[in-house]
Design a protein around this ligand. Structure first.
Ligand code: 8YV
Length: 329
């Protein structure tokens, strides 16, 4: 049975899976972005004027001025887990509800962490390049020697859903799991993942061989990995980031990698996307990916279903399953 909420106007800023757009169109009055070209700030501000529900993505900056331009705006249903692209405080003050899409991209993101880690430790890109450049003359006992990940010490910052999914995979592969989090996990969960809690982030950074970042980007986590903290890492430490680029001081990281003061890095996110610090291209053993951690057709569809569910619940006046709340401190 379909509900009819054609009086509710929904704006989708990017092209979502067809199935999801169709389902939305069945019940709501939807403005689609058929060619998926990112709206300019000015266009978005104009388009939002008579909209009730906005579905943005990470590529859209929904700041106070955009939110205020949405005179009829009642709900922002973000197509994504992280909500750092939205001004939550302004939304909250204007009684505009915000939802996100947790859970559904957890495993895909953790898989990309595992992929990058193995690529770096086993020097997969270096090895591949030798073949592509025609430099390989056959097997040799000391050719392209990597590092075994078994026994290495992993440090996770942010032990939420994705942090735990990473811990689960890398614990099975024989890594020692360490984590820093706002809260210590309960003993049962720690035992399940073999995870050791570090209250003191600096001390954990000096101890680990691999760092993987899984905390959200908030004003408090901006440059959490500052120049000073990056210098605490061991010379062969590998840094993986699939969360948000702003959490690491990218220039300092690039500088350390360029001067071989770190073992390597796997970055799926950047401080000024889509710009990437030049030195990262010029450094050895660095894997750079264009923000694809959650890019599987399964996860995109599930993200869409999640958005749909929140919008349907909103239209029916029910409690929102993925409500995000953040108030001014
Ligand atoms: C999404 C992400 O693809 O969900 C997140 O927080 O970082 C990405 O994996 C993106 O947010 C889609 O808007």
């Amino acid at each position: 049975m379909t509900d009819n909420f054609k009086n509710i106007k929904v704006l989708i800023t990017r092209k979502l899976p067809e199935k999801i757009e169709k389902k939305l169109e069945e019940n709501f009055s939807v403005v689609l972005n058929k060619n998926d070209k990112k709206y300019s700030y000015k266009d978005l501000k104009k388009k939002i004027e008579n909209i009730d529900i906005l579905i943005p993505c990470i590529s859209d900056t929904i700041d106070a001025s955009i939110i205020k331009a949405g005179k009829k705006l009642k709900l922002i249903s973000n197509f994504g887990n992280g909500v750092d692209n939205l001004d939550l405080i302004t939304a909250n003050e204007r009684k505009i509800k915000v939802t996100n899409t947790p859970d559904v991209l957890t495993d895909d993101t953790a898989d990309v962490v595992l992929t990058m880690l193995l690529m770096i430790c086993r020097k997969i890109l270096v090895a591949r390049e030798r073949i592509i450049k025609g430099e390989w003359n056959g097997w040799g006992p000391s050719e392209t020697l990597g590092e075994r990940i078994l026994g290495k010490k992993l440090g996770i910052i942010g032990m939420g859903r994705i942090g735990l999914a990473v811990a689960k995979r890398l614990n099975i592969l024989g890594m020692e799991i360490n984590y820093h989090n706002r809260k210590k996990l309960n003993h049962k969960i720690e035992k399940m993942y073999g995870a050791n809690y570090w209250k003191d982030l600096d001390k954990m950074l000096a101890y680990i061989d691999v760092l993987s970042i899984h905390c959200p980007y908030t004003p408090e986590t901006f440059h959490l990995l500052s120049k000073r903290r990056l210098r605490l890492l061991k010379k062969n430490c590998v840094v993986i980031n699939t969360s948000r680029g702003e959490i690491i001081d990218e220039e300092s990281l690039a500088d350390l990698l360029f001067r071989n003061k770190l073992g390597g890095a796997g970055l799926d996110v950047f401080e000024h996307e889509p710009q990437i610090t030049q030195k990262l291209f010029e450094s050895e053993n660095v894997v750079l990916l264009p923000h694809i951690s959650s890019a599987t057709s399964q996860s995109r569809e599930a993200m869409g279903e999640r958005v749909l569910k929140n919008i349907q619940f909103f239209a029916k006046g029910k409690a929102l399953p993925d409500l995000v709340v953040r108030k001014r401190d």
